[in-house]
Write a protein that binds this ligand. Structure first.
Ligand code: SF4
Length: 405
């Protein structure tokens, strides 16, 4: 495991669900609502959907008076800390604080007057509310851009200038982001920042775009840094339903072993000449059937019983196809054989029981003849297709003959 960079810790002070960022706190997932913040019911609905999909923190724009008033109605009913996103108008930051938000995001590139910045920071300090300094490569201070161009140095300089204003009034309840839509640029900027300051970092590739390219871009940037131990909270900025952002963030942290698994980790074999089923179809149906079920186990869908249970023996549960039947296995041991068209249902049923009763109990409840039936199917398939089901050895033979002739 990578060693996480040491940072200070800040806390977003939600009364019943305070969320710590940095220090030894788990890395958190953020997303941002796309509703009008002034429409507080629609926004709350989206906040709950994001919370359900794995978001720990939700940001809402505070772009006008109506949005600030919306925040006053949203904050007391939100299950997660709310961050108000502020651009251009420092007075809206003050209004958001009045609304009771748990954090502000200020863009140093478009709120530039030192007295305005310090007024907001002083008010946040008095209320115990942290601020994210949210630098964005697309909206840098013009003088910083002129001096450094759009470079990692410019992003870091912008964050440091804001930090210096905060320091003048003794405010350090801060996290920082230096986002860019270019992955190499943001990765380098975060690395530079991590070398120079101790504040927690909020990671993101801004304007990553629609999935799947947006997902890849965001993952490339965020995962690279997380694997270096850099990053304390993350956001996928996708052109998609924000629920997809929260899910992606959560899944990335689970895949990297940085957050405890909540849902199923579905793995599937790539399929080959031995496959007895359409693996893509069964795996897709299984993924949809597991949906949002909170079953924190790894489940494998394997195309054949010849190699499936062995190849996926580290999975908690799996199913492998063979001779029109599904062979259900737990940690590589076949426990039940079901008709092929019941494979997905059997998988869900066993997953529920496995999580409830545990591995030992489910192995003890295995059908007595299952292992022998599976072995008989495995041998019959080997008989049918032989050891070289993909014809690899036959092809190698041909290549050799051609070379010799
Ligand atoms: S040998 Fe079986 S389990 Fe392995 S990839 Fe081929 S079909 Fe899937």
């Amino acid at each position: 495991m990578m060693e996480r960079r040491r940072t200070r810790q800040i806390v977003l002070p939600h009364p019943s669900n305070p969320v710590a960022v940095g220090g030894d706190a788990p890395i958190t997932v953020q997303s941002m609502t796309t509703t009008k913040t002034g429409d507080h019911e629609a926004t709350l609905q989206q906040i709950y959907a994001l919370y359900g999909a794995g978001a720990d923190i939700v940001r809402c724009t505070c772009n006008d008076e109506a949005a600030a008033e919306g925040l006053a109605r949203i904050v007391p009913r939100s299950p997660v800390p709310i961050v108000a996103d502020i651009h251009f108008q420092y007075k809206l930051a003050l209004a958001a604080l009045e609304a009771g938000v748990h954090c502000l995001r200020l863009n140093p590139g478009n709120i530039r007057k030192p007295e305005h910045i310090k007024t907001v920071a002083q008010e946040a300090k008095d209320r115990g509310v942290p601020i994210r300094i949210g630098v964005n490569a697309g909206s840098l201070d013009p003088d910083i851009e002129e001096q450094h161009g759009i470079t990692p140095e410019a992003l870091v300089a912008s964050a440091q200038r804001e930090l210096a204003y905060f320091a003048e009034i003794g405010f350090d309840d801060v996290k920082i982001s230096v986002k860019a839509s270019s992955v190499p640029l943001m990765v380098e900027a975060y690395r530079m920042l991590a070398d120079t300051i101790e504040f927690p970092l909020h990671l993101g590739v801004t304007e990553a775009g629609p999935p799947p390219a947006g997902l890849l871009k965001a993952t490339a940037g965020i995962a690279t840094l997380l694997m270096e131990g850099i990053g304390d909270t993350i956001r996928y900025s996708l052109t998609a339903d924000p629920v997809e952002e929260a899910k992606a963030g959560r899944q990335l942290l689970e895949a990297l072993g940085l957050r405890e698994r909540k849902g199923v980790d579905l793995i599937a074999c790539p399929s080959c000449g031995r496959a007895e089923i359409d693996v893509i179809d069964v795996a897709t149906r299984a993924q949809a059937a597991f949906g949002e079920r909170q079953l924190p186990i790894q489940v494998a869908v394997m195309g054949c019983v010849v190699n499936g249970p062995g190849e996926a023996k580290s999975a908690d549960l799996g199913i492998a196809a063979g001779r029109h039947r599904g062979h259900l296995f737990i940690r590589g041991q076949v426990v039940r054989v079901v008709p092929e068209d019941e494979m997905v249902e059997a998988l869900i049923d066993e997953a529920e029981k496995l999580v409830k009763e545990g591995v030992e109990a489910r192995l003890a409840a295995a059908d007595s003849g299952a292992a022998a039936e599976a072995e008989a199917d495995r041998l019959a398939l080997l008989d049918d297709k032989g050891l070289d089901a993909n014809d690899s050895e036959a092809r190698v033979e041909l290549i050799r003959k051609r070379a010799d002739s």
